[in-house]
Design a binder for this molecule. Structure first.
Ligand SMILES: Nc1ncnc2c1ncn2[C@@H]1O[C@H](COP(=O)(O)OP(=O)(O)OP(=O)(O)O)[C@@H](O)[C@H]1O
Length: 390
């Protein structure tokens, strides 16, 4: 390559990266702009990434997963594949509590479409879930959803950018943990898709997400959108099922808990099943309020003793002992650590538990700080995205 070509290819790549965040080299008066021909010829890294899966490997994985789908999963799988093949879109919501096989279904769908060279974009509302999806990203990062949202927001996807071209070629979007996302987020993405895909088949003009099949997943009994200081009704009104998009959604239920049966004995499985039913009953509001005759906006329920650790004197130590038995012997085992977690409602309790556990770990402890606030100096937070988890 000549020096001229190298310079222009490099500038074209920089231009594409800037386009993804709504900027351009033209915004910087001291920067050169690449020759138009290089912009058109430079490869779309995102499309390359999404079409570079090993098709044979994907097919092998798909066949294995597909052969084990249960009847509920199979029904959803068939409907979504039919919708993708029709090329006229469809919106689906897969409603299932934890362990009902949503992630398993997503993996099967991804492998099927990727084995055919099609593009599927799995996203999740939180970074933690996004990493469980094959090739997953957070919805904010993938679709450049602004952090500050209102009913008129659009995603930051520009015409002609790599991400816009990727979306035009996308067959399926899987959006996990959808109940956590504010409706303005979905609607911003829908609005942007209609805009960037305006040149795609006019028959798809009025279809949600401009005719791309989108499957949402999650459980409305779990975490709903987080709105600081919002009332219960404000949170409920910000949930996906209050959106105009919900009218287009076909809802599927996954009721069979696939985690049950993973116990070490029949008695253990029975215990897991019993606990799982109790958790679902709490979510469904079926556990009676302990103050039935009093009006309480936050009802109180009784937790059965068998689900409690009743050491009130050294409670944190007891929780650690139950969750991490023989900790020092097992602390280097990834399998041991992967199967355990202690969930707490506040960071103060996290610190307390951490300091207890750190006492058992040899060596000096170091604190690595992360950034947890956004510098809004430019007035538009979207351009300062260092904290979006991915
Ligand atoms: N059809 C299936 N055949 C065999 N195992 C399955 C099947 N479906 C799910 N599983 C297994 O059951 C467990 C729970 O499934 P999965 O993680 O997909 O559920 P989930 O609905 O995504 O749960 P969560 O919301 O808690 O993440 C996993 O270990 C998964 O591999």
């Amino acid at each position: 390559m000549t020096a001229y070509e190298i310079e222009n290819y490099a500038l074209a790549e920089v231009e594409k990266l800037l386009n993804e965040v709504g900027k351009s080299l033209r915004d910087y008066s001291t920067m050169l702009y690449p020759d138009e021909a290089f912009l058109q010829h430079s490869c779309n890294r995102l499309i390359e990434e999404e079409t570079s899966y090993d098709k044979v490997d994907m097919k092998t994985q798909h066949d294995r997963l597909h052969s084990n789908l249960n009847s509920e999963q199979f029904k959803v799988y068939q409907s979504i594949i039919t919708s993708v093949n029709s090329q006229y879109g469809g919106l689906y919501f897969v409603y299932g509590s934890g362990g009902c096989g949503k992630t398993y279904l997503w993996k099967t769908l991804c492998c099927r479409l990727r084995s055919e060279g099609k593009i599927v974009l799995p996203v999740a509302s939180s970074g933690i879930t996004a990493v469980l999806l094959p090739g997953g990203r957070t919805a904010h990062s993938r679709f450049q959803i602004p952090i500050k949202l209102d009913q008129y927001s659009v995603a930051g996807i520009n015409h002609g950018s790599d991400i816009a071209e990727l979306i035009k070629k996308t067959s399926l979007i899987i959006w996990d943990e959808a109940p956590m996302q504010h409706i303005y987020g979905f609607e911003a993405v829908d609005r942007s898709f209609r805009d960037i895909m305006s040149s795609v088949d006019p028959k798809r003009k009025n279809l949600p997400f401009r005719g791309i099949t989108v499957v949402f997943g999650g459980d409305f009994r779990q975490i709903l959108p987080f709105i600081p200081k919002a009332s219960r009704s404000e949170v409920v009104n910000a949930s996906l099922n209050q959106s105009r998009l919900w009218d287009f959604c076909t809802v599927f239920l996954l009721l069979r808990n696939m985690r049950l049966g993973s116990g070490i004995s029949h008695a253990h499985n029975k215990k897991i099943a019993e606990f799982s039913k109790w958790v679902l009953d709490v979510g469904d509001g079926k556990i009676p309020n302990i103050h039935p005759n009093e009006f309480h906006s936050n009802p109180e329920i009784l937790i059965p003793r068998k689900y409690l650790i009743e050491d009130y004197i050294s409670s944190v130590k007891s929780i650690i002992d139950v969750t991490y038995p023989y900790f020092t012997k097992n602390m280097s085992s990834q399998a041991y650590l992967k199967e355990r977690a202690i969930l707490t409602p506040t960071n103060a309790i996290v610190d307390n538990i951490n300091s207890h556990l750190l006492e058992f770990i040899p060596g000096t402890s170091h604190t690595y700080l992360s950034q947890d606030s956004i510098d809004d100096v430019y007035g538009d937070i979207f351009y300062n995205l260092p904290v979006v988890p991915d």
